[in-house]
Design a protein around this ligand. Structure first.
Ligand code: ZN
Length: 683
């Protein structure tokens, strides 16, 4: 079989994908999917899911008639992982008739695109669908190729791009996506051309096959790459511990944004590779950051310009906070001026020399996108500036793009009561810990699941990471080791920029009467249950103080604190000490707006396949002592409470969520989760 690897196209891989999709997907659509993925996998073409593709087909309607159909990429879908279902079928004839209209309001365009779908449950088509419809060739590919943008965005951009790409490519001035762009595209199209440059936006190619259109895209991009100087070697970045600085600065940044930009909790993702740090140290970097984004698709994700922060020389939180406030005030003034009216949105990206390029968002994914795009934009501007002054879109064009309802609708919004919040859970790999992580994640929270390194933590990361992509961070943490506790918090802040909720759950159990209890075993429990609680509470307190956004701490206590059991002295006593530490924390942290509450479950033995440590410790002994099997023991625990219920990890998670979602103004309180045990009622 003939296999071509030039430009990434492989006939073998295309055919394999075709077979994988089966007879329900036409050959053309399968090839459309294949080359779309190839384009999407290259971030220099389709950063952050930019770009769109289409194919014109003939399909059969309900009455058996052959109708011309445009299959075009759905809005907000990333080409890299696209499937045939993300190419909604549109009524091509109806769309083409619109080329007669002189103009079309944005809401009308949105309406027309939705109406033209053959199936009303099909996803919403890309806003650039009209341009795809108007262009005569069967396959149309559109990317935001950086090399092309690097040339078009120079002050002599049109000459540059014409010289680079030659006669077979049309060049049209910047026009916002919609009917006007589609009409300009149609007007500039001529048979014999292979592609078109949309100034300040990107590149379009076409062909009668997916392969032809794809190859033209790659050839033109290679020509543009040739015309753009390569990235110069950067000097080594200035000396300094950027990781330590990030951990010191990011929670302060988060707090300042929450207080002064009314942004609510935001997550941040930082790029601090040597090239980025070196670039930020360049005296021209602030100018590059302030110049327009390469294209409007970047702009809606990074904002028109990032927050620029010059840090003081030392890690003094007071000085850092002041610098951050001043920088934010300058940014807001500039943004207000740029927008003309209305409240400026929160910054979606920041440049902090010595720390890195920081993306900000309601979730880690959008923060990462903003960081990726800003970093890529800065590197592109470095390359382009070697040829001449970088210009990019005008302020007017930027403002128009940013305020467009359709463009903004492309940016996904985080959902859930705890969206934007970050929780750290200790003992996460156990039964109750896993249940709590699941509960927090289902409520929209981002969760740092911590436990001793090993199989349990790895399994948790795999399972929860699959179900809640981008919102699970598994961090090894030994609660008995101060350096390990601090290290895990540092890693969390470096990764996501802050913490809002701490669930102190790690604990150990042991069965022995006082006469039989060895001091060694007692100390083992004391280390985890008391010192571990102390270390985590202390670290949470310090981080909350830096961030100044309040916070919530929930200690997983136990009914044994109120109703201890014989043979359970080490557990009951050490958990009582932990409980008391949490009550002290509620007194000490209240001035920071931090609430500390306790949940007190009765025995939870497992959660799904995860057995609790408590079960492993006490289950066999209790079964033997009472002459019961496993089911019998669960039944014993169920029947001893007033409501006759088995307490589950999901119940404990609900209690944690009650406090974490701040339903009542409560701190220092204990919520029993035990089905009603009068002896254990807190008093
Ligand atoms: Zn585009």
């Amino acid at each position: 079989m003939a296999t071509s690897t030039a430009g990434g196209w492989s006939a073998v891989a295309a055919a394999a994908l075709e077979r994988e999709m089966g007879p329900a997907v036409s050959r053309e659509l399968a090839q459309r999917v294949y080359s779309s993925r190839l384009l999407g996998e290259d971030p220099s073409l389709c950063a952050a899911g930019g770009g769109n593709t289409s194919v014109k087909l003939t399909e059969t309607d309900l009455l058996g008639r052959e109708v011309p159909v445009l299959r075009v990429k759905a809005s907000g879908v990333d080409l890299a992982g696209i499937g045939p279902e993300s190419f909604p079928a549109l009524d091509l004839s109806a769309l083409r008739e619109l080329s007669a209209l002189p103009s079309l309001a944005e809401e009308e365009l949105e309406n027309v695109l939705l109406q033209s779908r053959f199936r009303h449950l099909a996803p919403r088509p890309s806003i650039e669908a009209l341009a795809h419809a108007f262009l005569p060739p069967r396959f149309v590919d559109h990317t935001h190729a950086e090399a092309v943008l690097g040339l078009t965005n120079l002050s002599d951009g049109e000459q540059r791009i014409r010289a680079a790409l030659g006669e077979k490519v049309a060049v049209i001035p910047y026009t916002a996506p919609g009917l006007a762009l589609a009409r300009a595209t149609l007007a500039a199209y001529q048979p014999g051309l292979v592609g078109m440059v949309w100034m300040g936006h990107g590149l379009v190619t076409w062909g009668e096959t997916a392969e032809e259109s794809y190859r033209r895209m790659m050839e033109l991009v290679a020509m543009a790459e040739k015309a753009l100087p390569p990235l110069p070697p950067f000097p080594p970045p200035p000396a300094g511990d950027h990781r330590r600085r990030a951990a010191a600065v990011l929670p302060l940044l988060r707090g300042v944004l929450a207080a002064e930009a009314a942004s609510g909790p935001l997550l941040s993702v930082t790029h601090s590779d040597p090239a980025t740090l070196s670039l930020l140290a360049d005296e021209r970097a602030q100018g590059w950051a302030a110049s327009p984004a390469p294209t409007s698709d970047h702009l809606v994700r990074t904002g028109a310009f990032p927050l620029w922060v010059e840090l003081p020389g030392e890690d003094d939180p007071y000085l850092i906070r002041r610098r951050l406030s001043e920088a934010l005030a300058r940014h807001r003034t500039a943004y207000r001026e740029y927008l003309g009216d209305g409240e400026p949105p929160f910054p979606r990206a920041a440049c902090i020399p010595g720390v890195g390029v920081v993306g900000l968002g309601r979730d880690a994914a959008s923060a990462r996108t903003a960081a990726d795009l800003l970093r890529r934009a800065l590197l592109l501007k470095v390359r382009a500036s070697a040829l001449g002054p970088y210009r990019g879109l005008s302020r007017e064009e930027c403002r128009h793009a940013e305020t467009r309802a359709l463009q903004v609708a492309k940016v996904p919004k985080a959902a859930g009561e705890l969206a934007g919040k970050v929780a750290l859970v200790t003992g996460a790999a156990g039964a109750i810990g896993t249940g709590i992580c699941e509960g927090l994640l289902a409520a929209g929270c981002h969760v740092a699941a911590t436990d001793l390194p090993g199989e349990g933590l790895e399994r948790l990361e795999r399972e929860l990471g699959n179900r809640f992509p981008g919102r699970v961070l598994a961090l090894p943490l030994d609660v008995t080791d101060p350096a390990s506790v601090k290290g895990a918090f540092d890693l969390l802040l470096e990764s996501w920029g802050g913490v809002d909720i701490g669930v102190v759950n790690a604990g150990l159990a042991h069965v022995a009467t006082l006469s039989e209890l060895s001091l060694e075993d007692f100390r083992r429990l004391e280390k985890v249950n008391v010192e571990g609680t102390l270390l985590v509470l202390a670290e949470l307190g310090r981080r909350f103080a830096l961030q100044q956004m309040g916070g919530d701490v929930i200690l997983v206590s136990t009914k044994n604190v109120f109703a201890p059991g014989a043979g359970f002295g080490a557990y009951s006593a050490t958990k009582a000490a932990a409980h008391q530490l949490a009550r002290i924390a509620s007194l000490e942290l209240a001035p920071l707006g931090v609430r500390v509450n306790m949940v007190a479950p009765d025995a939870v033995f497992s959660h799904g396949a995860v057995r609790s440590g408590l079960w492993q410790e006490v289950g066999p002994g209790r079964m033997k002592a009472r002459g019961l099997d496993e089911k019998g023991l669960e039944e014993y625990y169920r029947s001893r409470n007033l409501l006759k219920v088995s307490v589950t990890a999901a119940h404990v998670a609900e209690a944690v969520l009650f406090f974490a979602t701040r339903r009542t103004p409560t701190t220092g309180a204990t919520l029993p989760v035990d089905g009603g045990l009068p002896d254990a009622t807190p008093r």
